[in-house]
Write a protein of this length. Structure first.
Length: 201
């Protein structure tokens, strides 16, 4: 669902060990929650969406990790979902309520910035609450308050997995649309969404 390998998600979520010339070293997790290793909650999934966006914008992983650690002291276990961050080149910059800009990892105040933030996340009450995957015409979304955060089709809140399961049996979009009483394009985009991330998995 995040669009990266399971191995990379595990490294971001749980940290990892690596071989050194003499022994092993360790890199800590980016997630700041008290975790059940190997399992990702809905709120943790949101944090990983942010990590993916930052990595895609060429922000170094070590900088992302140290930013998360420092922000967690102020914002709690989901810093990326609650702090207002913008991307300045290869740095993450926090904008406070007073519009002061600083680097959370070192506490340094900065003056200039360039916005480079994902438009796929919608906020409610200052918390990330909904994710709209890009490339699906805005018809697919994941919302913390709807069906426990699983992917659904917009306006109908029908799980895409249910649509895909019926389509697998029918191999025809028309009876699926008739069964769920939804437009044919919504069936098509749900099948495409499910098929894409299943292939990625």
């Amino acid at each position: 669902m995040i669009g990266v390998s399971v191995q990379r998600v595990a490294r971001w979520a749980d940290g990892y060990e690596f071989r050194l010339k003499h022994g092993y070293g360790a890199s800590g997790p980016i997630l700041q929650t008290d975790r059940h290793k190997g399992v990702v909650s809905f709120d943790e999934l949101f944090e990983l969406f942010f990590v993916r966006e930052y990595v895609g914008l060429k922000v170094p992983l070590a900088h992302i990790r140290s930013t998360a650690e420092n922000l967690a002291e102020e914002f709690g276990p989901y810093p990326f979902s609650t702090a207002e961050l913008i991307v300045n080149g290869r740095e993450l910059i926090q904008r406070s309520a007073e519009k002061v800009l600083h680097r959370p990892d070192v506490g340094q105040i900065v003056a200039a910035f360039a916005a480079g933030f994902s438009k796929s996340v919608n906020f409610r009450e200052a918390n990330a609450a909904q994710y709209v995957p890009p490339g699906f015409e805005g018809k697919i979304y994941l919302d913390r308050d709807i069906r426990a955060g699983e992917a659904v089709v917009t306006a109908h809140a029908i799980p895409t997995r249910s649509i895909y399961a019926l389509w697998e049996n029918e191999q025809d979009l028309n009876p699926v649309a008739e069964y769920f009483d939804i437009p044919l394009p919504d069936v098509s985009v749900a099948v495409r969404y499910e098929g894409q991330w299943r292939l990625a998995a």
